[in-house]
Write a protein of this length. Structure first.
Ligand code: 6CS
Length: 362
């Protein structure tokens, strides 16, 4: 990757480093003073943290910062190796590695666990979360439906979500312009594995295909698929705009990621080490938000200004969004009926929580 093109890796690292130093005054020093060392018995910890993204992309930068903070807090006793996407297999392989304890930490997109934790498919419901990304982040941080009830569903499958956070609003790219539901008729849409994501696009008239993002650039280039959805930073950094002629600012959903840990591993840790992890997860909420915010904003300009790979960027107006919203709305009942035994209860509660944050009907 070209670091000259990615200023937040310079400016951002200064921000992150300052914040890391400020943050470590609490957990790190006190824990060391109380116990003589982190963990209380001089033990050192070597852990693995796998992400679904590469260096310079939000998940990877998040995980690196997470690792650095824990290393500082523990006075060097906690060392975490962060893995880029691909080295340990597909997104689904990575989830299995977390479940079996081959890796201790993982960032998981719920879209890749849809056939296993059915209730987690609620993140596929378009036009559910607030349009405002900061409000979505507030919902993700405060929601009992997500942080208690949905988290329990993941724990039943040996995945402990420590945090739900946004990587930004999602947009569509296409080989043709996507402006109305008519434009989706017969459109070969790449999606993640979740049956609900695929059903949502069938509702628009599209023909969805599940695919790992490792195959997506070639898939778009060769026309195996016509388009895809992702936050802007990811579209630019993965180069999808190079092999697509159109991008639609649709803001039809938010990309939600989960910071997860293997529950058996976490539960066996000494309490002071668990507290350091929890504190770091808490700090990372703001850091993750800033990372995605800056990257999404700056890389939109990069796509617009790119003369080598010109992209027609079109922003849906409210009437156009309304047509998609109307088609997406019935998917909520579809989810209530097909999204697992607790789907209806979790979604009802989440809708109320969203209304509390936005002051509007969800
Ligand atoms: O589209 C995907 O599958 C990928 N998108 C993002 C923003 N992160 C990782 C994920 O696998």
């Amino acid at each position: 990757m070209d670091f000259r093109k990615k200023p937040w890796l310079m400016a951002g690292s200064a921000f992150l480093l300052t914040a890391a130093i400020a943050g470590c005054g609490n957990g790190g020093d006190d824990a060391a003073e109380d116990n003589g060392d982190a963990g209380g018995d001089g033990e050192t910890y070597e852990w693995r943290f796998v992400t679904e993204e590469n260096q310079g992309q939000v998940q990877y930068e998040y995980a690196e910062e997470f690792a650095e903070r824990l290393n500082e807090k523990s006075d060097g006793q906690i060392n975490i190796d962060v893995y880029e996407f691909g080295g340990l297999g597909s997104e689904v392989d990575q989830v299995e590695q977390l479940q079996s304890g081959v890796v201790e930490f993982a960032i998981v997109s719920p879209g890749f666990t849809g056939t296993m934790v059915e209730e987690g498919q609620l993140f596929a419901l378009q036009f559910l979360f607030p349009d405002d990304v900061a409000e979505t982040q507030e919902v993700l941080e405060t929601s009992e439906a997500l942080n208690t009830h949905l988290a329990e569903k993941y724990e039943e499958h040996n995945i402990k979500p420590l945090s739900f956070w946004t990587e930004g609003a999602m947009q569509w790219t296409g080989s043709t312009q996507l402006r109305t539901p008519d434009d989706f008729q017969g459109f070969a849409m790449r999606t993640q594995e979740s049956p609900l994501i695929m059903e949502s696009y069938r509702q628009y008239g599209a023909d969805p295909t599940a695919m790992s993002w490792s195959e997506l650039y070639t898939g778009l280039q060769q026309g195996t698929v016509d388009g895809q959805e992702n936050p802007i930073f990811f579209i630019e950094d993965a180069g999808f705009h190079e092999v697509q002629d159109h991008m639609t600012i649709s803001n039809h959903n938010n990309y939600v990621a989960m910071t997860t840990v293997n529950p058996g591993f976490y539960n066996d840790l000494p309490e002071d080490i668990q507290a350091m992890i929890d504190e770091t997860v808490e700090e990372m909420k703001e850091v993750g938000f800033e990372l995605q915010d800056q990257m999404n904003e700056e890389l939109l300009d990069a796509i617009i200004e790119n003369e080598d790979y010109p992209t027609d960027v079109y922003e849906l107006n409210e009437d156009e969004r309304e047509q998609f919203r109307e088609l997406a709305e019935p998917m909520r009942d579809y989810f209530r009926e097909n999204g697992g035994e607790d789907a209806a209860e979790i979604l009802d509660m989440l809708e109320e929580e969203i209304e509390e944050v936005t002051g509007e009907e969800a």
